[in-house]
Design a protein around this ligand. Structure first.
Ligand SMILES: [Fe+2]
Ligand SMILES: [Fe+2]
Length: 285
């Protein structure tokens, strides 16, 4: 089954998603894993179409697309719709070729142990809530004029479940605190210091601290994340003299405003099986 293409945020950008499916084919990857802000917006017709289009392209290419939830994915709806529809590895089957890894999910590919922890804090939460409120007002006015159109309001632009809570994380780590080789998250761990960091804000720190706790508990040799929309590599200590190589991935072109962006910064190939045990014990450059 071979390699996995790890990809950064898509934000429901269909042309970018389709381009990445082609990169997966070119790079010999039968699996693609998106580290959040994938575009799970099935409360909107356009979101359902996006899933359908990605599913069709993935099927044609022979690639299965996996994703974890970012702050801009409506994960509550994924659970509502697909909790009962799981594959043999425990992923939620949203479409046959589009599958969701819920928070705390663990699995093994080619003898490599993986875990996924979605969620992050939206820095534009205020703007999103204000916009929802404006839409609600407009919908109320339309209803006053006799329209039967249902309002697209609370929970359509900002999702209350976006961050992990301390209780949620504690329960996941109590359920299983055993080590993994590869950790996949949306948010960054608190300890990394990338040059470009649009999430270096106090309101983002609690969830980054949670991810840091995950790193120190599971002690992965490799950790991939998205959310910053910026490609960087940094090695951090994860306790007991062990090290984690953190790979932050870029996003789709429309969400990437920093200078020097190239589409290749939004993906990387993970070769399986990967010998991360050695990596974790010796500090990489
Ligand atoms: Fe994003
Ligand atoms: Fe994000």
């Amino acid at each position: 089954m071979g390699n996995v293409l790890i990809v950064g945020d898509f934000h429901g950008n269909t042309s970018h998603a389709l381009a990445m499916v082609q990169v997966a084919v070119r790079e010999n990857c039968a699996r693609m894993f998106a580290v959040g802000d994938f575009g799970a917006w099935e409360h909107m017709p356009s979101g359902r179409r996006y899933f359908d289009v990605v599913n069709r392209a993935a099927k044609k290419a022979g690639v299965t697309v996996y994703f974890l939830d970012g702050n801009h994915d409506k994960s509550s709806l994924l659970h509502e719709m697909y909790d009962e529809r799981r594959d043999e590895e425990g992923f939620l089957v949203c479409r046959k070729f589009v599958r969701y890894a819920p928070r705390g999910h663990r699995w093994m590919w080619e003898g490599t142990r993986f875990a996924a922890f979605g969620g992050a804090r939206s820095t534009d939460k205020g703007w999103r809530l204000a916009r929802e409120a404006r839409k609600e007002e407009q919908a109320a006015r339309r209803r006053g004029y006799g329209s039967s159109r249902r309002p697209m309001t609370a929970g359509t632009l900002w999702f209350p479940e976006e961050e992990m809570t301390d209780e949620e994380l504690d329960a996941l780590l109590i359920a299983d605190s055993s080590p993994v080789d590869v950790l996949l998250t949306h948010d960054k761990p608190r300890a990394t210091e990338p040059k470009f960091n649009r999430k270096d804000r106090p309101e983002c720190f609690p969830n980054q601290d949670r991810i840091q706790l995950v790193v120190q508990t599971l002690q992965p040799g490799l950790h991939f994340h998205g959310h910053l929309h910026y490609r960087y590599t940094e090695t951090i200590a994860c306790g007991d003299g062990r090290w984690t190589r953190v790979e932050g991935l870029g996003a789709d072109p429309e969400a990437s405003s920093h200078p020097g962006y190239r589409a290749e910064q939004s993906w990387t190939v993970l070769q399986l099986p990967c010998a991360t045990a050695e990596l974790a014990e010796s500090r990489a450059g």
